[in-house]
Design a protein around this ligand. Structure first.
Ligand SMILES: C[S@@+](CC[C@H](N)C(=O)[O-])C[C@H]1O[C@@H](n2cnc3c(N)ncnc32)[C@H](O)[C@@H]1O
Length: 269
């Protein structure tokens, strides 16, 4: 049996590294899709789960929703709180595990999670929690990287250089597979809309892309620090090959469309 507390301690450690705000700025379009897909509007009571520094929380608050944002990593919550205070937005921040949300049943009109809850180790527990806290008939919205898309392949590449993940923990990108999402939500949702979407990564070249992720994404920063020079060099080469496979630019720059699944589900009435 996997020590889940150790897994989560590792998650907190990883996501405490890296200049996350720069990464968040580049994936904000996915938060926009989730907020629009869930039709978040003024007066609604909204929870953003695994909120990071609050991309979806900020957009929901700008719509006039009453927003609570939660994340497992205290450093992320601090970052998010500073961001929303800086923008003069009234968002309530809480450190919380997506598998154990500290909120009463049916408190929210909508729960969102953008590239967040997908990283919790027990997907069925997460699914139950997301639906428990929204009212019947109301929405759960997610954005999840697909396994075959650029980011899914990037994670799989990193996993070949990192210590092997626990065998009994499903890969996060299973949340990017339509059939699996439908299965996980089958007893919880009355309706489920699932659509592919893309985040575009634009960089001057593959080297800049590699440096960007190592500087901003906690898990990439952690892995780069952990590896010796030779392994780090090989990982960077393999990353450049992966970029090549997805790159639509022909002038040496990088234009990669990274696929994710937009999920909007309505809780059974
Ligand atoms: C890629 S970031 C996404 C953050 C944000 N939703 C966004 O759109 O920028 C992943 C986040 O998931 C959080 N996370 C991972 N496992 C979690 C869990 N079990 N419960 C809550 N948050 C978790 C991490 O701390 C991190 O902030």
């Amino acid at each position: 049996m996997t020590d889940l507390e150790a897994v989560k301690e590792g998650t907190r450690g990883m996501w405490s590294r890296g200049d996350y705000g720069r990464l968040a700025a580049r994936i904000e379009s996915a938060a926009r899709e989730v907020v629009d897909g869930c039709a978040i509007s003024a007066g609604q009571v909204v929870l953003d789960v695994a909120a990071g520094n609050g991309n979806a929380a900020v957009l929901a608050a700008r719509e006039g929703a009453a927003v609570t944002a939660s994340d497992l990593t205290p450093a992320m919550v601090e970052l998010g709180r500073a961001r929303t205070e800086g923008e003069g937005l009234d968002v309530e921040w809480t450190v919380a595990d997506a598998e154990e949300l500290p909120f009463e049943d049916e408190r929210f009109d909508c729960a969102t999670s953008v590239f967040g809850a997908m990283f919790a180790p027990r997907p069925d527990v997460v699914a139950r929690e997301l639906f428990r806290v929204v009212r019947p008939g109301n929405t759960v919205g997610m954005a999840n990287w697909t396994p075959e898309g650029f980011n899914g392949r990037f994670f799989a590449l990193g996993n070949r250089y990192a210590p092997p993940p626990p065998e009994d923990v499903p890969r996060p990108t299973d949340w990017g597979c339509e059939e699996i999402v439908r299965e996980r939500f089958a007893d919880l949702a009355g309706s489920i809309l699932v659509e592919p979407r893309f985040v575009r990564w634009s960089f001057a070249d593959a080297g800049e892309a590699s440096r960007f992720f190592e500087e901003t994404a906690g898990p990439s920063a952690t892995l780069a620090e952990m590896l010796d020079d030779e392994s780090r060099g090989r990982l960077r080469e393999e990353f450049a090959e992966l970029v090549d496979q997805f790159n639509s630019a022909t002038d040496g720059s990088v234009e990669v469309d990274a696929e994710y699944l937009l999920v909007v589900a309505r809780r059974r009435g």
